[in-house]
Each structure stands twice: as structure tokens, then as C-alpha cells.
Design a protein. Structure first.
Length: 71
């Protein structure tokens, strides 16, 4: 999966995080991969937080607009 934030959807990020966590839980990652995967999970978590925050802001904006239209 591409590291580029614009190309990774929220669902893809969550799926990749779950995949990495499953490998960790099943001891399928060797020491050489561990640091790389932990960094990747950190990037994906940051991406997900940003997407959730942006979505929340968009919804708040829509709700304010709707409320203003009904006054």
C-alpha cells in the first residue's frame, strides 16, 4: 500500500493496521521487519485520526448550514 495519504482510504488504512497487528500477534514478523511495521502503523493511525477529524468538521459544517436554513 502506498504511503501517500491521498491514495489511502480510511478502510484501507484500518485493514492494513489489522493485518500488521495480526502478524504481530501470531509472531509472523521478524526483528528486521518490526521497526518498519511499527512506523507504518504509526503513519496509518495518524492518517485515520486526520480523516476522522476532517469528516467531523465537514459534518459539523453541514449541520450548521442545515440549522441556518431552517431558521
Amino acid at each position: 500500500m502506498n504511503v501517500n495519504k491521498k491514495n489511502v482510504s480510511y478502510k484501507e488504512a484500518i485493514n492494513e493496521i489489522e493485518e500488521i497487528l495480526n502478524k504481530l500477534e501470531n509472531n509472523e514478523l521478524d526483528v528486521d521487519e518490526l521497526s518498519e511495521k511499527v512506523k507504518r502503523v504509526s503513519q496509518l493511525v495518524t492518517l485515520c485520526k486526520e480523516k476522522l477529524h476532517n469528516t467531523e468538521q465537514e459534518i459539523d459544517k453541514i449541520l450548521i448550514e442545515m440549522d441556518n436554513n431552517y431558521k
